[in-house]
Design a protein around this ligand. Structure first.
Ligand code: CA
Ligand code: CA
Length: 480
């Protein structure tokens, strides 16, 4: 088979490749600063099993995305009861090492999540991974362990999903959960905690941050959470500015347009799921009259709201089976939240909502897949497969529709390079779009697999991680 042949030969020479990262490396979740956009050329539009397939390597499952150093593809996986970090040779597809991680506990997970969903981050000298069932682990590029930092246990309605990112010498991990959400910065060299900030207003969700580089104040972390996006100083964790109007649970990664100093962030409001329910519901003081047993808390039978009774596991943040004032008010804010995709001007100090809000669009907005900004157009594919193209400057709808030949659920985030936009569906139909203001499908490639991972792109290759395999695709001479 093709991938078996590709594994032979060529291995010795790659031993001598330099370590490190190429410029613009796809080294973290969703590539350069989480944008999903790579500088690449000669990428294939049409590919599949045995077609423009450079190599294919069987791997155990994992929802984490591949990331790239000059030499390796790194990803995580779960094989039966063991969590692994893998390093795969970029040239040959050969597994160069895999390292097992401690797993002292098991998180409860949403059906769309798995124990190996956070994506690693690499600086070319090391690889940094996060498992909800353990915490952070750092490896040298040869696979030896540099340090480990247990975190948790966590209680997130979906399980953990945020990926680590690097700011200078710090590994940043957002650990939002039902209560006691926090973000921690760890020295990448020795694993010591450099700062930690609590995120008291944020519950569940699992967005991965991006960086906003400022001339005056250095790198800031842009972190989505419940109802707001917050900017923190990368070096200290100081909370600098924030904008409100986000959905109650945030899962997507923001997208930054440095040229217009604009950040885009998408999330789905409670009303988008349950549009038959009013957004406005009474405050806790107005409903506490239905507290029949007089304990000041609402048990399931006392809750005077049909949706709240259905959602009680989600709303009951401390898990005691009763709703207190704080939990009810969180639910009330969730019901009232606008969500959708928002555009804000970046920068400032304190609450910048009023002065920085640019536009909102709340139809067919993805819950899980992040938006993609490419050549002035904001692309979204929602979980149900509806694609929306927005004018990034104004939020005006340019086009909307389903992907003919790839009508499916979508959980991976779209990526783009080389005048192609790639969207990967749950059953691994990969639609390739022509960029522009009109939805135009150039090709649909079908790997006939299950796929949750966002592809990685670098050079003239696209790396696609499916449930059972990691594929490298590139234009092959003699192929169509
Ligand atoms: Ca009661
Ligand atoms: Ca409770």
């Amino acid at each position: 088979m093709l991938f078996m042949l590709a594994h032979e030969g060529c291995v010795a020479s790659s031993e001598h490749q330099s370590r490190g990262l190429v410029e613009g490396a796809w080294s973290r979740f969703r590539g350069p600063n989480g944008s999903g956009v790579a500088t690449a050329s000669g990428l294939p539009a049409e590919f599949g099993l045995g077609r423009n397939e450079i190599w294919r390597t069987p791997l155990p499952p994992g929802h984490s995305s591949p990331v790239l150093s000059a030499e390796y593809v790194f990803l995580t996986a779960v094989d039966e009861d063991t969590l692994y970090t893998y390093a795969v040779d970029r040239r040959t597809g050969r597994v160069r090492w895999r390292a097992p991680a401690p797993r002292p506990r098991r998180e409860a997970l949403d059906r769309l999540n798995d124990p190996a969903s956070p994506t690693p981050v690499t600086d070319g000298d090391g690889v940094y991974v996060f498992f909800g069932d353990f915490g952070l682990i750092a490896y040298e590029v040869d696979g030896s362990e540099r340090w480990q930092l247990p975190l948790g246990p966590f209680d997130n309605a979906y399980g953990m999903g945020a990926s680590p990112v690097l700011v200078g010498d710090l590994v940043i991990q957002v650990c939002d959960q039902k209560t006691d959400s926090f973000m921690v910065a760890v020295d990448k060299r020795d694993g010591s905690v450099r700062w930690r900030v609590e995120r008291p207003g944020s519950s569940t969700g699992h967005s991965t941050p991006i960086l906003y580089e400022t001339r005056a104040n250095g790198a800031q972390l842009l972190v989505p959470g419940s109802f707001q996006l917050t900017a923190y100083a990368g070096g200290t964790g100081e909370r600098l500015w924030w904008v409100r109007g986000l959905a109650f649970e945030m899962k997507a990664t923001p997208v930054l347009d440095p040229s217009s100093e604009t950040v885009f962030i998408n999330g789905t409001s409670a009303s988008a799921f349950e549009d038959s329910y009013d957004r406005a519901i009474p405050a806790f003081d107005e409903i506490i009259g239905s507290d029949a047993d007089g304990d000041g808390l609402l048990n399931r039978d006392e809750i005077p709201d049909q949706l709240a009774r259905r959602w009680i596991k989600l709303i009951d943040l401390d898990g005691n089976g009763l709703l207190d004032r704080g939990e009810w008010e969180w639910y009330r804010a969730a019901r009232a939240s606008q969500g959708g995709v928002n555009a804000f001007r970046t920068g400032g100090s304190g609450d910048m909502t009023a002065s920085s809000f640019l536009w909102n669009h709340d139809r067919s907005v993805p819950q899980l897949p992040s938006a993609l900004l490419y050549e002035g157009v904001l692309y979204m594919v929602n979980d149900g497969g509806v694609v929306t193209l927005l004018d990034a400057a104004t939020g005006a709808v340019l086009d909307r529709g389903r992907l003919q030949g790839a009508i499916d659920s979508y959980y991976a985030s779209p990526v783009a390079a080389d005048d192609k936009v790639y969207m990967v569906s749950e059953t691994c139909k990969i639609a390739v779009l022509e960029p522009g203001t009109v939805l135009k499908v150039l090709a649909v490639n079908d790997l006939d697999e299950v796929c949750f991972a966002t592809p990685a792109i670098e050079g003239d290759r696209i790396y696609v991680r499916t449930r059972s395999n990691l594929h490298a695709f590139g234009v092959q001479k003699g192929a169509d």
